[in-house]
Design a protein around this ligand. Structure first.
Ligand code: PBG
Length: 333
């Protein structure tokens, strides 16, 4: 008898057959679209390293929110770019802070749109670190005051919930932040507000364009004393385990592309929804190559996002969200 050659091509022969056997489906309900909000009037300013992504003042935000809803994307992640910065990040937990104001407005314009609030201090501190941090004189490194940072992060989360945020997304990487924020929200009467924890956040060069965009580059040292070493994966399990024990509702891996193995591992080891953050430099690289005509942007983006889903992401935070949602509907953008 002849050697039985498996006819893989039988299942690839037509678009209809390929659709029947496709294992991963990407849809607009998978996406969260990040938005940068700022003070001032009539501002819609493009971020140079992130073409197509803007800073919006409140008066220009409504049109953007309407566009997000029209694209079919159901959730936004808000980042504030404040006027005022100080050592303790005061405007992060001000009820009139930019994220709080934007949240209230979005809930009026589009009550169904899910608002995720980034809970971190780095855009709001003059030193650009994610918590209360001082510089070690001898080595120049950033020394974190974990417990004082937690107090301020809890205040930030509660003020965001008060403003109407549906999901709190702490990205600060302080130890115990999920427990502290969960207790703070519960005590303030926000027991129903979910926490999307940036459980596994690597100290990464892929945040470069975001730091320009959010004016949040550290002014001394770096984030290596609180963000994870890119070489580690077993440590990611420990980070995720503690977040689950502390009450996280969703687990995030960030960045996404260089860390798909980590995403897959969290998916296999935990039963919470897993979130991939397709970060700023991943976006900028695609936009730069596309602008040069070196790649087919639409095909690259859809393939990349499909890869993240296949690796285990239930949710993808991506600056491509609006475009991808429209492409998936067969529209050109
Ligand atoms: C702040 C924060 C960062 C990002 C999201 N929240 C930057 C950082 O940790 O320096 C990066 C997002 C991106 O690159 O798209 N804590």
């Amino acid at each position: 008898m002849a050697f039985p050659i498996t006819r893989h091509r039988r299942l690839r022969r037509t678009a209809g057959i390929r659709a029947l056997v496709r294992e991963t489906a990407l849809g607009s309900s998978d996406f969260i679209y990040p938005i940068f909000v700022t003070h001032g009037d009539n501002i819609k300013e493009e971020i140079p390293s992130m073409p197509g992504v803007y800073h919006f003042s409140m008066d220009r935000l409504e049109a953007e929110i309407r566009d997000v809803v029209a694209s079919g994307v159901g959730a936004v992640l808000l980042f504030g770019v404040p006027e005022h910065k100080d050592a303790v990040g005061t405007s992060a937990y001000d009820s009139e802070g930019i994220v709080q104001r934007a949240t209230r407005a979005i809930k009026q314009w589009a009550p169904e749109l899910v608002v995720v609030a980034d809970t971190c201090l780095c855009q709001f501190t003059d030193h650009g670190h994610c918590g209360i941090v001082h510089q070690d004189e001898a080595t120049g490194t950033a020394v974190v005051d974990n417990d004082r940072s937690l107090e301020l992060l809890v205040r930030t989360a509660v003020s965001q919930a008060e403003a109407g945020a549906d999901i709190i997304a702490p990205s600060n990487m302080m130890d115990g932040f999920v427990h502290a924020i969960r207790s703070g929200l519960d005590e303030a009467g926000y027991g129903d507000i979910a926490i999307m924890s940036y459980s596994v956040k690597y100290s990464s060069a892929f945040y470069g364009p975001f730091r320009d965009a959010a004016h949040s580059a550290p002014q001394f040292g770096d984030r290596k004393t609180y963000q994870m070493d890119p070489a580690n994966v077993r440590e990611a399990v420990r980070e995720a385990e503690s977040d689950v024990a502390e009450g996280a509702d969703m687990l995030m891996v960030k960045p996404a592309l260089a860390y798909l193995d980590v995403l897959r591992m969290l998916k296999e080891q935990f039963d919470l929804p897993v979130v991939a953050y397709n970060v700023s430099a991943e976006y900028s690289m695609v936009k730069a190559a596309a602008a040069n005509g070196w790649i087919n942007e639409k095909a690259i983006v859809l393939e990349t996002l499909t890869g993240m889903k296949r690796a285990g992401a239930d949710i993808i935070i991506t600056y491509h969200a609006k475009d991808a949602a429209r492409w998936l509907r067969g529209e050109e953008v």
